[in-house]
Design a protein around this ligand. Structure first.
Ligand code: ASP
Length: 331
């Protein structure tokens, strides 16, 4: 039954470990997605005290299976739901492996100031000490909170609240698997209380130039992982297959090996922009005076997988290198 005084939260299921079960309660790997969003909701009766919840299964997959088409479907759905004055916010359950990519995509294309919170779990629903139920409780608490308005897309796991633009998965299996690096998390949820410490500074949601209207397909962008003795063949193959942009996970401050440099020259000949990002996992790739001449864009604080998301959206709007570089400066 709908309680008038409580906010209404759309709860969208997409799958992931939070919706998975394994053969025994001590098995923390080799699990499969088996649970629908209704089952996740039923497992946490305390949610009824936080919000009226409207559930929907958008898809139910491990997050490694998420495609650009699914991102577009999810983002269009979130925009439609948040346009409805009866909906106060959205929570999306998601696999943790690619959660940061979906969260950052939504952070750039959702056109609402209402809270959107992504949540996952590191342990399957069948595990001893599964982390999913409390993470889900915290996600609904966050989405139902007036303080979460206007902060862009948020991510919560293991009691921390992160901005979508800053957060990454940094551990393969620990419950504490997400970090916003030196930029820091936005806050914490402890004992059912939200404490926010800072606001995200970079532009998001209603303050970006990106609109999904009319976009049926996103430009294809590949990531090249650079290393000692790298070859040219991956660049040649990507260009031959019709790739529209390339992100290079370079060493250090976006340094490129000789063959990566050659790959960039080849890409420039085909008018394919290349972004220099870093494989280090933290820190900024700072713009260089030589970037413009070489047709390069510096990723600044974005890791390679987030740089790919921003380059796809940028290329759907413009092919101008300087304009794309300016997007990397502000988003
Ligand atoms: N395999 C999972 C995924 O869907 C990992 C997780 O959710 O923790 O990304």
């Amino acid at each position: 039954m709908k309680t008038k005084l409580l906010p209404t939260i759309a709860l969208l299921g997409t799958g992931g470990t939070i919706a998975s079960t394994a053969a025994s309660n001590t098995a923390l790997t080799d699990y499969t997605v088996t649970e629908g969003i209704d089952a996740l909701l039923t497992a946490v009766p305390a949610l009824a005290a936080l919000a009226n919840i409207q559930c929907e299964q958008v898809f139910n997959v491990d997050s490694r299976n998420i495609t650009n088409t699914m991102l577009l479907k999810l983002a269009n759905k979130v925009n439609r739901l948040l346009d409805d004055p009866a909906i106060d916010g959205a929570v999306i359950t998601h696999g943790t492996d690619t959660l940061e990519e979906t969260a950052y995509f939504l952070n750039l294309v959702v056109k609402s100031t209402k809270p959107v919170v992504l949540v996952g779990a590191m342990r399957p629903a069948s595990a001893l000490s599964a982390d999913g139920p409390l993470n889900l409780y915290n996600a609904v608490l966050l989405a139902a909170s007036p303080q979460a308005h206007g902060l862009g897309v948020l991510v919560t796991l293991n009691d921390s609240v992160h901005a979508a633009g800053l957060v990454s998965k940094v551990n393969t299996s620990h419950v504490q698997a997400f970090s916003s690096h030196e930029q820091g998390s936005l806050g914490q949820i402890t004992h059912g209380r939200l404490q926010l410490f800072q606001k995200p500074y970079r532009a998001h949601t209603t303050n970006t130039v990106f609109q999904l209207q009319g976009i049926k397909k996103l430009p294809s962008v590949d990531i090249m992982y650079d290393h000692q003795s790298a070859g040219l063949h991956l660049y040649e193959a990507a260009i031959a297959s019709g790739v529209q942009g390339i992100v290079i996970a370079g060493s250090g401050n976006g340094s490129l090996s000789p063959r990566a440099e050659k790959g960039v020259r080849l890409a420039k000949k085909h008018q394919i922009p290349c972004v220099r990002s870093s494989r280090t996992g933290s820190g900024m790739v700072t713009p260089s005076q030589n970037d413009a001449r070489r047709g390069l864009i510096a990723a600044l604080a974005l890791n390679p997988q987030k740089a790919r998301i921003l380059l796809m959206l940028s290329l759907a709007h413009t092919s101008d290198r300087a304009t794309i570089q300016s997007y990397f400066e502000c988003y």
